[in-house]
Design a protein. Structure first.
Length: 224
């Protein structure tokens, strides 16, 4: 996988372009890239406005780990890692990625005001998508994961237009976030609730659920 730096060598604002059809593979061991530590397929550490796009990462502890402000992960295929894609920074985003068959979580939004949009997240052993701290999770397909399809860990997350089917746990769980907004999601054939909301959260309407193990289908949101 090839990296192209469009700035000066030590300038903090960088753009990385991973070309299509390239594959980054490796054993679960220390992997060295300039300035990087740990077992990462791609690690954008301490930079801002980095774009990581178009490639495959497989066989790492972290497939992609971008920890900085306004970083973007676009069009990556992440598979057979411990964790597929992790973001930790203000305003970072993951868009249009395919994250599948990782042994832990699929996508982790661990920063503030981050976005996960239009990703396909499937058959991961743990949660499909995990978000918190004012993040937006929108128009994703999170299916057949080994725990919750989409999980809210804290504070003001918005879930809208997602499809969460066939997960082992809830399709969407925002039970711990009394300021979450849940709107226009589809949650079918999950192993617990389709959507488990919070008593203090906002039901934005338009949610649908059927065939979930829990007979009421949804909790603290209305599902048709």
């Amino acid at each position: 996988m090839r990296a192209v730096d469009h700035g000066e060598h030590r300038r903090r604002q960088r753009h990385f372009l991973w070309q299509r059809q390239r594959t980054q593979r490796g054993p679960r061991q220390h992997h060295d890239q300039p300035g990087n530590v740990g077992s990462y397929g791609i690690h954008a550490h301490g930079f801002y406005a980095v774009t990581i796009t178009n490639g495959t990462v497989a066989g790492w502890d972290f497939g992609v780990f971008a920890d900085g402000t306004a970083n973007k992960v676009i069009g990556i295929r992440a598979t057979a890692n411990d964790l597929g894609v992790a973001l930790d920074g203000t305003g970072a985003s993951a868009t249009g990625n395919v994250v599948f068959q990782n042994s832990g979580r699929g996508i982790l939004l661990d920063g503030t005001s981050e976005k996960a949009t239009s990703n396909v997240v499937r058959e991961n052993s743990d949660d499909g998508i995990v978000a918190g701290h004012g993040s937006v999770v929108q128009t994703n397909q999170s299916e057949n994961n080994g725990s919750t399809g989409i999980r809210d860990e804290c504070c003001g997350v918005t879930f809208s237009g997602n499809v969460t089917n066939g997960n082992t746990g809830d399709g969407i769980n925002s039970a711990s976030d009394g300021t979450a907004t849940v709107a226009s999601n589809t949650a079918n054939y999950n192993g617990a609730y389709g959507i488990e909301g919070s008593p203090g959260g906002k039901d934005g309407g338009g949610n649908t659920a059927k065939g979930n193990t829990t007979a009421s289908q949804c909790k603290d949101v209305v599902c048709s």
